[in-house]
Design a protein around this ligand. Structure first.
Ligand code: ADP
Ligand code: ZN
Length: 746
């Protein structure tokens, strides 16, 4: 028997389907999707490969090499995933291996489920040593006390509980106080088995929810269907997902639910666990390889068939997949920033089309592209118009910062906002303040000559960090010392400009000395679970003012928040990006959605310079339709998505010349293929090639970057351009990356 395989590691050039034979000793039923070892090339080097088809023509006229072995007999990739791999190659011009890597964990199949533990060699002796003060080091004492209390324990648990590093354990081992061992996985890690939370019953759906659920489930007739559940936060979308999942689950279908960033949505995960218990697996970026592999194995084996996770979970090997649900589908985290730069929405669409299942998106502020699909009938629109608890929408006030300046107010707080904040604190209510930047104050600026320090390697403005008394490059992480005077004009009036979370915190302390403040940004949330801690502290009322970036717009409900301030709502409008208005609209709407989630009425203060911009006006009225109509007209007139597809080719190299020469060559090749309709599908009707330009971030990690922007009638046209670009890049020995309908244009 012969099979076709694709290589796990390959360049685009060699990425083809190769035919091998299967020796009789290796014949098995489950070859499709299996991982095998094959002899490859002249030297017959052993390579990992995946079986993409099994050929039934018994006697091939040619000699084909036999495979060496089967690495993993059960299919590693299901039929629908094999289809997905092919589609991804076509759409993102990546290799089969690039796509497959997203579907299987690196450390694929742990032989034994073991975990390292530590235990005391002699607990009686240990007790004595402690009592007689023989051990003086506090960390060592902690570990010994912990082990006396709990007996043999997982090393990871000891490190966490005692707040120590493994060097303490090594020292104790050298002193012959402790020893290491390994225990079978099942004995020590019973997360799911022991997770016997009482399951929660479903709620009784209100009429809008019922209508949506019926429309979705009424279509379980084996045809592909796509839905957008449009409803503000708190309108009961999640309950709709859950009831749909429940019904599908009862019928034996598996479901994948994607959430934007799992650490921001702990509530969603715990709600899932309470509803579906042991049938749920959670996949997100902070799992370590072992944890990931374990979750993946449970899903692939069918032990669990409901998956909740971030972007990468869209590839999960779920049995009998019935639906993929994407919550907050407008979030940028659904788009990968590394090659292949896939969009989870596209992946979900491809997968569910192939299995004739359901694709359900939910959002309060849908992507303009998604909403347009509803308008053109490709997606079925379902609306939830009211909030569940009948709480009122907040009142909204727009403050023109230019007028504040004229009135002599140079503070970051407008007079109205300051007054409202004071009122809220007096009434013992809570306030959320949103800003767009992190760091003490955006960047340094010489007030005399206008000089702004930039990173030598990345040509972006450096961010001023007060805690570190330094300047940090957010692209490459390089830290610079703070200049005492301007290096250009030697003046000393070089100070911070713009306002970051830390500065707002400082200013808030001065302005409201009695406020209890919490800050949430990337700097305060690096550790595991730190988002959760800040949010629940605020929820419990340990503070009455929470300052943060977009992060605080999601997740927890804060019933006691009555005031939301958005400090510089129009900061994002200045980005060189066709989605700038859309992002501004989404931020304001989301932020406003956090006010008044209870019986107390909420109020929102929006501060901006461009107060007349349509994104701000419509957002302040929570008028999505109005915004959409204006935005879609702009997209159409400019030929932006969803009308055309934008392609971004980024060429980078360690010298300016080589990058530019390669970019020019790519552009020439592309132009050439426009003129030669015989040899390519490209033509001036379906493709527009912009001029080469320096990337907005011209230099990153000492590499020079040039970009070419393309506008095409569809994404497949772009994919053929990317193949041409890759060929040139290989010849010219430069790096090239590309993106389709990018969420970030830098
Ligand atoms: P969304 O996902 O749109 O933000 P949720 O589904 O989280 O909304 O619902 C908001 C709140 O209302 C939750 O606390 C939820 O438990 C509650 N809820 C949702 N649907 C119902 C219902 N049919 N009856 C009672 N409470 C509901
Ligand atoms: Zn840098």
């Amino acid at each position: 028997m012969n099979i076709k395989v694709v290589l796990k590691q390959s360049t685009l050039q060699f990425d083809k389907e190769y035919i091998y034979s299967v020796p009789p000793t290796l014949l098995s039923e489950n070859l499709l999707g299996a991982k095998v070892l094959v002899p490859f090339g002249k030297s017959d080097k052993s390579e990992e490969a995946f079986v993409v088809s099994v050929m039934n023509d018994e006697n091939s006229p040619f000699y084909v090499k036999p495979i060496l072995s089967i690495e993993q007999p059960n299919p590693v990739l299901f039929d629908d995933q094999l289809n997905l791999v092919k589609e991804m190659c076509r759409k993102y011009s990546c290799t089969h291996g690039d796509a497959i890597k997203l579907m299987v964990p690196t450390l694929s199949f742990p032989q034994e489920k073991t975990n390292k533990t530590a235990y005391l060699n002699d607990s009686f002796l240990s007790e004595m040593m402690l009592n007689e003060g023989e051990i003086t080091h506090v960390n060592q004492i902690r570990v010994m006390e912990y082990l006396l209390e709990y007996g043999e324990s997982l090393i990871s648990d000891i490190l966490g509980a005692c707040q120590i590093t493994s060097s303490t354990l090594t020292t104790l081992y050298r002193k012959k106080i402790i020893n290491f061992s390994e225990r079978a996985y099942d004995e020590v890690n019973q997360d799911y088995e022991s997770l016997q939370l009482p399951l929660e019953e479903k709620l009784i759906a209100n009429s809008e929810q019922k209508d949506s659920i019926e429309k979705i489930l009424g279509n379980l007739k084996g045809e592909y269907r796509e839905y957008l559940l449009h409803g503000i936060t708190g309108s009961g979308k999640t309950e709709v997902y859950f009831q749909v999942i429940n019904e599908l689950h009862q019928q034996g279908f598996g479901v994948i639910l994607l959430v934007p960033e799992i650490s921001l949505t702990p509530q969603m995960v715990s709600r899932m666990n309470k509803r579906f218990g042991k049938d749920v697996r959670v996949i997100h970026s902070r799992l370590n390889q072992r944890e990931r592999t374990e979750q993946w194995n449970d899903i692939r084996s069918g032990t669990a068939n409901i998956v909740v996770g971030a972007r990468c979970a869209v590839f999960s090997p779920v049995h009998n997949l019935g639906a993929i649900i994407i919550d907050e589908e407008q979030e940028t985290t659904y788009k990968s920033q590394t090659h292949p730069k896939y969009n989870a929405l596209d992946i979900a669409r491809i997968r569910m089309r192939h299995v004739n299942g359901l694709f359900i998106m939910g959002s309060a502020t849908p992507n303009v592209e998604t909403y347009y699909r509803c308008k053109t009938g490709r997606t079925i629109l379902l609306s939830l118009r009211k909030r569940i608890c009948e709480s009122q929408l907040p009142t909204v006030e727009i403050i023109d910062l230019r007028e504040e300046l004229v009135a002599g107010n140079r503070s970051i707080f407008s007079r109205a906002l300051r007054e409202k904040m004071q009122e809220a604190f007096i009434k013992d209510e809570q306030v959320l303040l949103f800003i767009n930047r992190r760091g003490y104050s955006g960047f340094l600026l010489c007030r005399d000559c206008g000089y702004v320090p930039k990173c030598q390697h990345c040509s972006v403005s450096l961010t001023y960090h007060m805690t570190h008394k330094s300047l940090i490059c957010h692209y490459c992480g390089k830290i610079y010392t703070l200049p005492r005077k301007c290096p250009i004009c030697q003046n000393h009036r070089i100070t911070g400009f713009g306002a970051g979370t830390q500065q707002i915190e400082q200013l808030s302390k001065m302005e409201f000395p009695n406020a209890r403040i919490l800050r949430m940004d990337q700097d305060t949330t690096t550790g595991k679970g730190s988002h959760e801690k800040i949010l629940s502290a605020f929820e419990k009322g340990e503070a009455n003012l929470l300052i943060g970036t977009q992060m605080i717009a999601k997740g927890h409900d804060f019933p006691n928040v009555t005031l939301v301030g958005i400090l510089s709502a129009d900061l994002m409008l200045g980005l060189p990006d066709f989605r700038a208005s859309e992002r501004t609209f989404q931020l304001i709407t989301q932020a406003a959605g956090r006010a008044g989630r209870s019986i107390k009425p909420g109020h929102v203060v929006i501060q901006a310079y461009n107060v007349d911009d349509y994104s701000i006006l419509y957002a302040s009225r929570q008028d999505y339709e109005g915004f959409f109509d204006q935005e879609i007209a702009y997209r159409q007139s400019m030929g932006y998505p969803p009308f055309k597809s934008i392609g971004l080719i980024m060429v980078s190299s360690d010298t300016e010349d080589s990058a530019l020469i390669a970019a020019r060559r790519i552009r020439t090749e592309l132009e050439g293929s426009l003129k030669d309709p015989m040899s390519s599908s490209l033509s001036s009707e379906n493709l527009e090639i912009m001029d080469i330009s320096k990337a907005p971030t011209h230099m990153i990690r000492n590499r020079y970057r040039y970009r070419i922007i393309l506008k095409a009638t569809n994404e497949i046209i772009l994919a053929s351009c990317f193949v041409i670009a890759q060929t040139v890049a290989r010849e010219k020995k430069v790096m090239v990356s590309f993106d389709t309908n990018p969420y970030q244009m830098n």
